[in-house]
Write a protein that binds this ligand. Structure first.
Ligand code: PEP
Ligand code: MG
Length: 324
């Protein structure tokens, strides 16, 4: 099957009626990077850097990280690399880092909260990324941002990182900046944050967890509290509308994007980009290439009115069968 799909690898990623959607890959380890170009992804839409730390004895220093990010850029051969700063905390435990024992880690010091509480770790990573950005197109993305003060604090640290690099006479490149939208607060606070951003990416895994108050690691909840819940879909609609109004590119990097049956809904809602597990990318691309944007939009408008998960699932299955 994989072999049969390869004929789609170099085809333009657009619907029959010419609506283009950028298809990027989610990457969680260095081995996966080579698959990204194999499946014809237009780059990496989510590089989960905390995975570099999972088996590390110590935090990689600036030079080691610089090499890592530069190598990733080189193997991408000019395609875009979206680096998410360390998303430490919650279910992502990092043995080599000091982490507080928290009663509710998913609601604790994770993502950007950890970075702002540990500015040295953040600045080291940002310096490495800024330096690597000389070698290609790099976008920087912050996890778990929910309000504008966090963004402002992060940008202040980035200025600090740049000043240090200048002082050390180390060259660096340009970055564009985005956040993972993964809390309901982030969705509602977008109007204050969008002026500071070049793109946003909807993280449906956490957005689902935090909207439905359902632990993403609890298998007893997955079925009843899925990303295809009407509440999560409404938050996606609000996010996309805010981004369109502000003329900011809007992407999705949660697991939901890796399901080819869900592609018509996501594209019909107006997402500009999807970041997908490399193993699913070509299946998703087929769903895009064989579909019709006008029909996707009608389908998405229909689903946005549905109030039951079962009805949403049914509508998606029916559309996948006959495309109407
Ligand atoms: C998400 O939360 O949807 C996401 C893409 O990030 P992660 O799964 O790494 O938390
Ligand atoms: Mg997340």
């Amino acid at each position: 099957r994989r072999q049969a799909l390869m004929i789609y690898k170099d085809q333009p990623s657009q619907t029959r009626d010419g609506h283009q959607v950028t298809l990027l890959a989610n990457v969680g380890n260095l081995n996966e990077i080579s698959h990204v170009t194999d499946v014809g992804a237009q780059g990496i839409g989510l590089f989960r850097t905390e995975f570099l730390l999972m088996n590390a004895k110590a935090l990689p220093n600036e030079q080691q990280q610089y090499k890592l990010y530069s190598d990733a850029l080189h193997s991408l051969q000019g395609e875009i690399l979206t680096i998410r700063t360390f998303d430490i905390g919650a279910d992502k435990e990092i043995p080599c880092l000091a982490q507080n024992n928290e009663e509710n880690p998913a609601l604790g010091i994770r993502g950007i909260r950890y970075s702002l509480a540990n500015p040295d770790t953040f600045i080291t990573q940002v310096k490495a990324i800024l330096r690597a950005a000389k070698h290609g197109q790099v976008r920087l993305m912050f996890p778990m941002v929910s309000q504008v003060e966090e963004l402002e604090a992060a940008f202040l640290l980035i200025e600090h990182a740049k000043a240090e690099l200048n002082q050390q006479q180390k060259g660096f490149g340009n970055l564009s900046y985005g956040i993972v939208v993964e809390t309901p607060a982030a969705v509602l606070n977008l109007p204050s944050m969008l002026p500071l951003l070049d793109f946003v990416s909807i993280g449906t895994n956490d957005l689902t967890q935090y909207t439905l108050a359902a632990d993403r690691t609890n298998p007893h909840l997955a079925k009843q509290y899925p990303s295809l819940s009407p509440a999560v879909i409404q938050l996606m609609v609000i996010t996309i509308n805010h981004c369109k109004q502000a003329n900011v590119k809007v992407s999705l990097c949660g697991e939901l994007g890796s399901d080819p049956q869900v592609l018509p809904l996501l594209v019909g809602l107006g997402l500009d980009e999807l970041s997908i597990n490399p193993a699913n990318l070509l299946d998703v691309k087929v769903a895009l290439i064989e579909g019709n944007y006008t029909k996707f939009v009608n389908h998405a408008q229909h689903i946005a009115l549905l109030t039951r998960i079962t009805d949403i699932r049914k509508a998606i299955n029916v559309f996948a069968l006959d495309g109407d």
